[in-house]
Design a protein around this ligand. Sequence first.
Ligand code: ZN
Length: 331
Amino acid sequence: MVPQARVTLISTPAFYGITNVIYEVTCTYNVAAPLFKLSPELRLQIYTHLLTFPTPIHLRQHVPGTPHTALLRTNRQIHHEAQAVLYDTNTISLSRNDFCLLTDPALQTPVEGLQVRHLRFTSFGESLACNVLAERCAVCKDDARGLLEALGGMPVLRRVTIDYSTQIASFMRFRQLAAEEGGSRKGLTVTCISVGVYRVHGAGFDQVDFTFSHRPLASIWPDLATLSYSLLSEEEQETVLARLRTQDPDTPDKLWLLLWAAQHGRLSDVLGEQVAGAWVDESSDALAGMNEQQRDAAMHGFTVMLQTFLKAHTAVQCRRVLGLLRDSVGM
Ligand SMILES: [Zn+2]
């Protein structure tokens, strides 16, 4: 049967050849046979191949006129089946603006709250509407209560990541308010769990992996920390750095200077005595001996120090200083 023959082709793991795969499916259900002649399992496989994306998706960017999601507009039943797959397998990219109560809904991404499992917020800033008004809506207020309630009402939500790197002050205010309110928000706590990453616990989020993440730090730091403990030569280290610079041209050199200085006992030359005291080696015994509260305070202090350093210096400056330090120790 022709439909089965086509599906065999679709089921190949040629994920990055997604355009070719779509072409084949189009032939299958426009020319050869209706999609509904296939079993539900095969239809599900087709939806999964067509609608699973390697990076978070912006719904508005993909919906109009792209082959990827044109499938959703084929008919009502396909829309119903395929949309469930779309929300099940992908991370949906949103901003706080999409939940703002005072923003025109026509300017917001429509979110199927009952089906969304993974969300990534590209921004934690208040909406433009609330930015210019004297009174902010419950979503955009500093304590973000309205946003937490909206997320708490999503029954199958399992992961939320909010990138706060461009709104550090807003996030710090949110963290401070959560700490001050204590139990009044049914035990909502915001804990720094690793460099640049804070986990939200309680208040209905026990089933949800809910984190605030300073994206440049969270994505670059773990690789560089590992590199600093490796036995690679300077040349090999440079290869790793060059790869990281393609992800983020700015952050790797800044963090690498600090990690190098920490390893060679020159941290106070770079940061000054006092600031260098906030240095926390994530794998050190000092951290292991701390209780959760102390660990949170230490990791938070360290994160703030790194964020400040990233903001205050340029990558070019950091490379130059590293060169000087290397010369001074004869490396
Ligand atoms: Zn608002």
